[in-house]
Design a protein around this ligand. Structure first.
Ligand code: GMT
Length: 411
């Protein structure tokens, strides 16, 4: 090839892509990762179209190259009609036809991947260009829902129609391959989740900490009281898999000998029951339910320890956010969590449900200031080493470009 032609060819190879993204707009790590990745790709010059049944709460006004399309779902009163997967398939095929999408990125496979496969088949049947499909499996789409025999055959089939799969942890990649019986021929990459290390950064501001804690507790704390108060935090979607009961048991063991406050950030199906439990056990003055927060980063920054006692986590994005703020994490030794937390370095790992181990790890961190400082530095360092946004966005970008390039050179 002549030099000019090579240059043009290479330029085409790296030409900006048109990417459609589907994810859940509600609370949850998969939606956050989808949004952050989509934003970063738009920032790099790609055209990114989000499709959701609701406008994601964390998306501000659409900017250049970033578009949000609401999927309209028929509201017909048949129980369990569940028309969203079909509405999404139709919306995806219309979008592809209108703007010639190169690649659809599905975050959380169920039901998104099935919708995308249907959309692709519809486009192909009409002789229109078909996009590449990439699914990122995030957690229960492999471990709980995804492994349910009621849906496993169609789940496996649609995943195998994808051009690429990714997961945020090696644990999840192996579990998906084994449990879903996926073909070893499928390109399947581990791309860890990432955070914005400028937003999630260590920053201890004692006066601001006192103001925030005073407003949470509804009484003015003196600086001395505030400095003495040890703060534990947890954020999640309050589902049974998060095992928040273990934290209440831990608080019962801790509160008599340490000035300690537990902040529970987020909302979900378990919240009401847990609130009653806190009341019945006389824990109301040391456990605060803060609900869904517009900006919870200041709450992480003032925390001494972050807790994630889950039954299972595909990755544990909330643990990563805490580590970014220099907060050591005490978490279950399950799923992808050991890929984020190294026991004794940036946090402590315990067996699922071992409340004595959780209590002892937290006690150690709260009573040994030197150890806490070492672990806080290690927490931040671990994020800077392995979970920075830019290199991980590049991994996705390279995967997408290589898949789309393949099409262009073979058609
Ligand atoms: O799998 C789920 O239950 C939902 C999903 C979500 O939307 O938050 O959570 C998963 O994806 C996150 C982002 O990759 C991971 O950080 C979570 O560990 C994972 N949750 C579970 O595996 C329970």
């Amino acid at each position: 090839m002549a030099l000019a032609a090579v240059a043009r060819h290479n330029q085409d190879m790296n030409a900006p892509l048109r990417i459609a993204v589907t994810s859940f707009p509600s609370l949850g790590g998969s939606g956050i990762v989808a949004t952050e990745l989509g934003r970063a790709l738009a920032h790099r010059g790609h055209e990114v179209h989000f499709l959701c049944y609701d406008r994601p709460a964390w998306i501000d006004e659409p900017r250049d190259r970033l578009h949000v399309h609401r999927v309209e779902v028929p509201d017909y009163p048949l129980p369990h009609l569940g028309a969203y997967p079909l509405a999404l398939a139709s919306a995806l095929s219309s979008l592809c036809e209108r703007v010639s999408i190169d690649l659809i990125h599905l975050h959380y496979a169920i039901p998104h991947t099935t919708s995308a496969v249907l959309a692709k088949q519809l486009l192909a049947s009409r002789g229109l260009p078909v996009p590449k499909l990439v699914t990122t499996l995030h957690g229960t789409d492999v471990t709980l829902v995804g492994s349910d025999p009621a849906i496993a055959p169609i789940h496996r089939y649609t995943l195998e129609q994808c051009d690429g799969l990714t997961t945020p942890s090696e644990y999840l990649r192996q579990t998906a391959t084994m449990r879903l019986g996926l073909s070893s021929q499928l390109p399947f990459e581990v791309i860890p989740n990432f955070i914005d290390t400028d937003r999630f950064s260590p920053e201890r501001n004692p006066a601001q900490r006192r103001d925030i804690l005073s407003s949470i507790l509804g009484r003015e704390l003196t600086q001395t009281e505030s400095d003495a108060l040890r703060v534990l935090s947890h954020s999640s979607n309050f589902r049974p898999v998060k095992r928040i009961d273990d934290l209440l048991l831990m608080m019962q063991a801790l509160r008599d000998d340490l000035p300690v406050l537990l902040l529970l950030i987020g909302d979900g199906p378990e919240r009401e029951r847990l609130q009653k439990q806190v009341h019945q056990n006389g824990l109301s003055s040391s456990v605060c339910f803060l609900g869904q927060q517009q900006d919870f980063v200041p709450l992480l920054k003032l925390s001494d320890v972050f807790l994630l006692p889950s039954q299972l986590e595909g990755f544990g994005l909330s643990a990563l956010e805490a580590l970014g703020c220099g907060v050591p994490v005490v978490a279950s030794n399950v799923g992808g969590l050991p890929e984020v937390i190294t026991d004794g370095q940036n946090g402590f790992l315990h067996e699922v449900g071992n409340v004595a181990a959780i209590t002892s790890a937290v006690r150690q961190l709260l009573t040994d200031a030197t150890r806490w400082t070492q672990m806080s530095h290690a927490a931040r360092h671990s994020v800077e080493q392995s979970f920075r946004r830019d290199p991980l966005v590049t991994r996705y970008e390279q995967l997408f470009l290589s898949l789309c390039r393949r099409t262009k050179s073979t058609t």
